[in-house]
Design a protein around this ligand. Sequence first.
Ligand code: NAD
Length: 356
Amino acid sequence: MIAANIMKAHDYEEVSILQNKKARLLAINVIHDTTRGPAVGGIRFMKYKSEDEAIYDALNLARSMTYKTAAAGLSCGGGKTVIMDVEEMDRVLALKTVARFIESLNGRRFTGRDLGISLEDLEIMRTETQWVADESAAGVGDLSEATACGVYHAMRACLEEVSGTDSFKGKKVAVQGVGEVGFWVAKYAVEAGARVVVADVNPGALARTVEDLKVEAVSPDQIYEVDCDVFSPCALGGVLNSGTIPRLRCKIVAGSANNVLGNEQDGNSLYGRGIVYAPDYIANAGAVIQWWFRQTAYPVMDKRDGREVIANIYLVVKEILRRSREKQQPPARVADQYAENQLKPEKTYRDMNWGM
Ligand code: NAD
C-alpha cells in the first residue's frame, strides 16, 4: 500500500514482484518511466532486512535512473531490479528467472550490472534474454574514467560560476575517496593544473594515488575541513549532512558519489552557506552515457559520440546553476525540475518494442 502511494506520488509505471520458490528467489523489478525510451538501470543483488526495504530501494534507484538519463538527454528512461540475497539460493536459476521476465518485457527494460552482479552473472542472463547488456567489451575501469570525465566537466561549470573562469590553475581540489572514480577525478584535476588533496580509508588506494599523481593526503576526517575551491565526494552516499556541511571550507561541491546529500534539507543548507553544488546525478552520469552509446541492442538515434555527451555535462550544470541563481533555489531542487521537464512533453506510457 505504501509502495502504491509512492508510485502515485512519483508517477511510476510499473512495479513487479518476482518469485521462484525453487530458486529461493524474490526480486523486484521497477519501471519508473519509459517516456524517452527503455527503462535503463542495473540489477542489484544484495541482502535486505525486509521485502519492504528491497522495494523502497528499487523504487528510489529506478526513479533516480530516470532523472539521470533525462538530464543527460539520453533516449532512455529509468528502471531497476533488485534481487534479495538469501541463504541457499540457486543463483543460476534465480538469474535465469529474472532474465526470462526481462525478456517478456520486449525491450521496455534494458539492464546491466549494479552492486553484487558480476560479468559472469550477466553472461548467464544473456542466455535467456537479449535485453541485458554485453559489458564484456566495456571495461569497468573505462566506465569509471568516463564518470570522472563528467565530474571534471561539472567542476568546470562550477568554477566558472564562482570565479568567472573554468581554469583549474591556482585552484585547490579535495577528493574524498580515490577508488575507481576518485583516482581519475584527482588525475583530471592535477592535469588541469589544480593542487589536489586526497583522502581514503583504504591505505592501498591512497598510496597508489599519492605516488602516481604526487598529491597530498589527509585523513578521512580532515578532508571535510580542507580549505579548498572544490570538495569532490567520490566515496559514499549521504556524506553531506547536518554533521559535515558546517565543517566544509570549500566554494564548490562536485563529485561522483550517488545520493551524496543526506536529504533535501542538506541541499538547502549547502545553498544557504553559499556553496555551489553540481547535482550528483548530473555530475556522475558519465558511465551511463558511455554505456548507453555502446549498446547495440537498440538503434541509438542520436549519432553523437558518447564523449561529446559527457562533455555536455558542463553545459547542463551551467544551465542548472543559472536557473538556481535566477529562481533563488538550491541546484538540487532545480535539477529535479530540469529532469522532470525533459519528460513532460511526451508522457505517454510507450509500450512498443524499442529497436524492433
Ligand atoms: P570505489 O569503491 O572504487 O571507490 C570508493 C573509494 O572510497 C574506496 O577507495 C574506499 O576505500 C573509499 N572510501 C570509503 N569510505 C570512505 C570515507 N569515509 N572516506 C574516504 N574514503 C572512503 O567506488 P567507485 O566506483 O569509485 O564509486 C565512487 C562513488 O561514485 C560511489 O558512490 C558510486 O556509487 C558513485 N558512482 C560511480 C560510478 C562509476 O562509474 N564507478 C558511476 C556513478 C556513480
